[in-house]
Design a protein around this ligand. Structure first.
Ligand SMILES: Nc1ncnc2c1ncn2[C@@H]1O[C@H](COP(=O)(O)OP(=O)(O)O)[C@@H](O)[C@H]1O
Ligand SMILES: [Mg+2]
Length: 288
């Protein structure tokens, strides 16, 4: 198993009046090459979980293993393991330090003993992956970019490292819908080409619907569901219980079913719902 999370509990500011339990006894396993979504409302512990997966700080208790070795263990081992996991933060401001976009993305690459031409090629590739034009942005200051552009630069700097495990925390926040779709398509294509493991945190169900095969749902720091994306994303009682909206296509199909129509309800993409409605009404020209 690539990633094993065992009894992971994290308490911020333990022993102070600000003590807050962010994760409670989380157990999960992720196999190499899986595409996993982490779903949950704000405050449910998603960012804490992925930061622990990336080894950014130590959990209060429990373990994260990468191929059987603790990512929070002996420093040399932990450093080697952490290089294999790339996390694009939810707040890119926390991740950007350099004076130009080029230097920002090249930063991690310099430690990999790559040739200058290889570094340039990877920077350009990574910028294109996130939908930015290298010629237009490479020499700009990251802090002069819009929030959405900065998020893309932060993501490009992670992609450029070619991590085995890519973790994206709310990657489409602050992007328009075309930009979102292009970004998700590029990441999805890259995942298929490389077979890397992909973990995406989002509270946007439609982002997860197009990209992942499995969804883990968190509520108040606990795993409350872990299953095929289709099943979890169309589980209306579960979604309402954890405080998320039911996808509109699912809600529509449920209303039809309550009205006595014999339709499936696990169609969370609009085109799928349309095909299901066409089938139930015998509108063959739409189905085909
Ligand atoms: N550095 C911190 N200190 C204290 N509490 C924190 C800190 N970071 C997060 N929390 C709290 O932990 C809980 C989980 O946070 P987080 O993992 O960021 O959730 P999510 O990403 O699902 O919104 C929230 O209630 C949040 O307020
Ligand atoms: Mg978060």
């Amino acid at each position: 198993m690539l990633i094993q999370v065992e009894n992971l509990t994290h308490i911020y500011s333990q022993g102070t009046p600000f003590e807050h339990v962010a994760l409670r006894e989380v157990n999960l396993e992720i196999a190499a090459g899986e595409r996993v979504g982490i779903l949950g409302p704000t405050g449910s512990g998603k960012s804490t979980l992925v930061q622990l997966l990336a080894g950014l700080f130590k959990p209060t208790s429990g373990r994260v293993l990468l191929e059987g070795e603790s990512i929070h263990g002996k420093e040399a081992t932990a450093r080697r393991l952490r290089l294999q996991v790339g996390l694009a933060f939810q707040y890119p401001e926390d991740q950007i330090f350099e004076q130009t976009v080029f230097r920002e993305i090249a930063f991690g690459l310099r430690n990999l003993n790559l040739r200058r031409t290889e570094i340039e090629a990877r920077v350009n590739w990574a910028l294109e992956m996130v939908g930015l034009n290298p010629a237009a942005v490479a020499q700009r200051m990251p802090f002069a970019l819009s929030g959405g552009e900065r998020r893309r630069v932060a993501l490009a700097s992670i992609l450029a490292m070619h991590p085995r495990v890519l973790i994206l925390d709310e990657p489409t926040a602050g992007q328009d819908s075309q930009g979102r779709r292009a970004l998700l398509e590029n990441v999805g294509r890259w995942q298929r080409e490389t077979g890397m493991t992909l973990i995406i945190v989002s509270h946007a169900l439609e982002d997860l619907a197009v990209l992942v095969e499995r969804v883990i749902a968190l509520k108040e720091g606990r795993v409350v569901a872990d299953g095929p994306a289709r099943q979890v994303l169309s589980d209306a009682p579960l979604l309402l219980d954890i405080g998320l909206d039911v996808p509109e296509p699912v809600a529509l199909l449920q209303a039809l079913r309550q009205a006595g129509k014999n339709v499936r309800v696990d169609c969370f993409l609009p085109a799928e719902a349309a095909a299901e409605i066409a089938r139930a009404w015998g509108l063959q020209e739409i189905v085909s």
